[in-house]
Structures are given as structure tokens and as C-alpha cells.
Design a protein around this ligand. Sequence first.
Ligand SMILES: Nc1nc2c(ncn2[C@@H]2O[C@H](COP(=O)(O)OP(=O)(O)OP(=O)(O)O)[C@@H](O)[C@H]2O)c(=O)[nH]1
Ligand SMILES: [Mg+2]
Length: 437
Amino acid sequence: MVAGNARYVRYIVIAVFTLAVFYFISSSKYDTVSVPTGLGRTGASTQPFPSKENVELGRSKPPQEPIDKPKGDASTITSPKKSTGTGAKEVPLALTPNDPNWDSDLVGVAPGPRMNATFVTLARNSDVWDIARSIRQVEDRFNKRYNYDWVFLNDKPFDETFKTVTTSLVSGKTHYGEIASEHWSFPEWIDQDKAKKVREDMAERKIIYGDSVSYRHMCRFESGFFFRQPLMMNYEYYWRVEPSIELYCDIHYDPFRVMHEGGKKYSFVLSLYEYAETIKTLWDSTKKFMKNHPEHIAKDNSLGFLSDDGGETYNNCHFWSNFEVGNLNWLRSKAYTDFFESLDHDGGFFYERWGDAPVHSIAAGLMLNKSEIHFFNDIAYYHVPFTHCPTGEKTRTQLRCHCNPKENFDWKHYSCTSRFFELNGMTKPEGWEDQVQ
Ligand SMILES: Nc1nc2c(ncn2[C@@H]2O[C@H](COP(=O)(O)OP(=O)(O)OP(=O)(O)O)[C@@H](O)[C@H]2O)c(=O)[nH]1
Ligand SMILES: [Mg+2]
């Protein structure tokens, strides 16, 4: 009888142990770590930025130091924050194959420091397969060796499919945030009837997205709020990625490091003229801002990129903001937020259809020095309908590009990139004349 009892006790102990092992294995599939919210609010706004949902999903990856949490004002965050154990001194940036450190093999984890940076995507659940394509390209061409994080933002909760698919593709940690309704709605000073009439009129005139309310919320959000979402407050640099983009060449160096070490605040790969009908009074609002805030205008600005008559009128040139690598602290600065708030009160996000691309571009053009804006020739990129394919056969071969050089938009008449080169005294790459048509 005693022996029989001992046997039962043994069975129970084994059963409990087995259950504990199962529980441990199943619950450690994703290591869930809570993300600090409400860190480092900017001094520019008194509004809190609550988020209904902030989730982090992490995959196994090479060990890295955790991101330091910023204390106090976000503008005090400095890079780098993460490291592979070797610093910028031991592994200097190599930007061309002639540089001693040029990494031609692209195998394994990239050596060198990591910046305090993240990819960021605004998307709907229905965008899952289109963003999956984009992520796969970003990972294959760059991030699989750098393992930067990825923040996903949505005006609705992300569903499980979206989270599972994207987390399985990103080599860094993934974070999912739901946007607070005040960042995705009409501000109280907007006259709803007037806004509705504008949408009806634009629909009749067949202006693209002219009748869309959600497109306007998206443009306003990308202009004024993405960089101050709780999940973004931990980072200093961002790289914006949209669904269905392509990256056509290997990226041999860390663009975030280029930004940091070169003192860059904003960058682009494609530029073009904005659809004038959507921004009829944007320049008037800008001029009003310049008059009210001369202290925010940079001495060595790029007004010449934006205007052909010394600032009287806007020539509609803008950097295409569906690709951006930029400095979040600049967007969180008083200069930028004053600009956004001034535009927001003028109402053009709803009374017209102001896009975030001209808004970011005008801000960069007026409030940054020329040296702070960077053109990434090496990042070959496509977002319907335009392609940036690096000029020069040698470059394309070295970077293993798969874009058709004939489709390069840079030097065509509807691009503003020639103007950027001329303003900055840059020499256009060899062969550009062959791509004008
Ligand atoms: N969550 C959410 N994301 C949106 C919404 N509308 C657009 N987006 C996202 O915002 C970004 C820009 O929207 P797009 O529809 O690509 O706008 P676009 O690039 O001007 O136009 P396309 O030529 O259609 O790509 C993309 O990352 C979209 O996934 C929306 O209503 N909700
Ligand atoms: Mg798009």
C-alpha cells in the first residue's frame, strides 16, 4: 500500500513537471516586453500622446545592448544606443568600394555600432501582404545584417495575422501601436461643411484621393504626429517604409550611420513636382509662418529648391516622403512643431488636400541647412509609379542592382533632383544625360 502511494506521488510529480515544461516552451515563443509609454514628451506640446495599444514582439537575434530609455526631453536622445561590440572608430563607415572597410561579401551580422533607429510603417490590416513584400526586400538588401527594430502604426488595432506575418519577417524587434483618435480626426476648428464641399468638388474634378477623408487623416498624421507616438519616443532616427515598395540594390553601409556621422536630418531618393490643385494655399500659409517665426529659418537653407522667385511663389518641388530616413528629434523640435501647428490651424489638410511630402519638404528646405539634407544615390527604390535606379553601370553592378536604368526618374523633366544637385553644387553622376528622356 505504501509502495502504491509512492507510485501515485511519482506519477503526479512527473505530470506536473511535464506540464511545467510545456508551459515554459509555449509561452516563450515570443518574449514579450512592455514598452515604456509617454517618455520624453516634447516641450512643444502640452498634449499627452496616449496609445491604446503598444505591443512588442521580439524574435531571437544576435545579442545587442538594450535601447537606453530616454530621460526627460526627447531632444536629449543621442546615438548610438546599440552596439555589436565594436564602435565607429574600430569600424569606420565605408561608402564606396574604394574605402578600406568596404564590405563586399555582406555575410553575417554587420560589424560596427548601431544607431538609435527604427523602421516605421503606417498600415492597415489589409496591407499585410503588400507590407510583407516591402519588409522582405528591406531585410534581404539591408536589415538582416543590422537587425533594426520596426514600428507599425495603425488607426485601428492590428490583428493577429498582421502581427504574426510581420514579426516573422523582421530580424529586429517589432512594435505595434494604435494611434490615438485625436491624431486621426478633424480638429475642432475645422468647418465640416466646408471640408465636405471641398471633397465633393475634388471628386467631380477627379483629383486623386480628392474625395477621401482617411487619406487626409493619413497626410495630417504623417505631417504632425508619427514622430511623437509613444513607440517612436525611444528612437532618434527613422526610416519610413510603405507597402509594395521595392529596393533594387544591396545596401553595403548603414544609412542611419550616414545620417548620424554626417550630421544629416532628412534624406530622400526621389523628388518631383506636387499636384498644384491639392496645395493651392500651402505656400501662403508657409509665408505667414516665415513672417511669424523668422527665428526658425535656417541661414543656409534650400529656398532655391522650393522657389524660383526668391520665395514669392512655390515651384511645387518636394522630396517624395514615402521613402524617408530622418532625424526624429528634428521633427520633434520647436521649429518643426511650430510649423506643423501653424499649418494645421490654417486647415489645408481638410480644406485642400495637403500632402505630408510637401509639408516635410518645405520644412526641411527652410529650417535645415543645406548640408543637413542628404540624397541617397545608393538606395535604389520604387514606389508606384517612380523608380530611383542609381546612375552608372559600375555602381549598379557593384551593388547587384536589378532595376532597369532606363526607368530612373532622377534626370527626367518632372523630377526636381537636378535642381537639388545644382543648388548644392553637386556633380551629376556620369551617364545622366542618357537618362533625360
Ligand atoms: N492605418 C492606416 N494606414 C493608412 C490609411 N491610408 C493610408 N495608410 C498608409 O499610409 C501610407 C500612405 O498611404 P498610400 O495609400 O500608400 O498613399 P500614397 O503613397 O500617396 O498613394 P499610393 O500611390 O496609393 O501608394 C501607407 O503606408 C498606407 O498603408 C488608413 O486609412 N489607415
Ligand atoms: Mg503609397
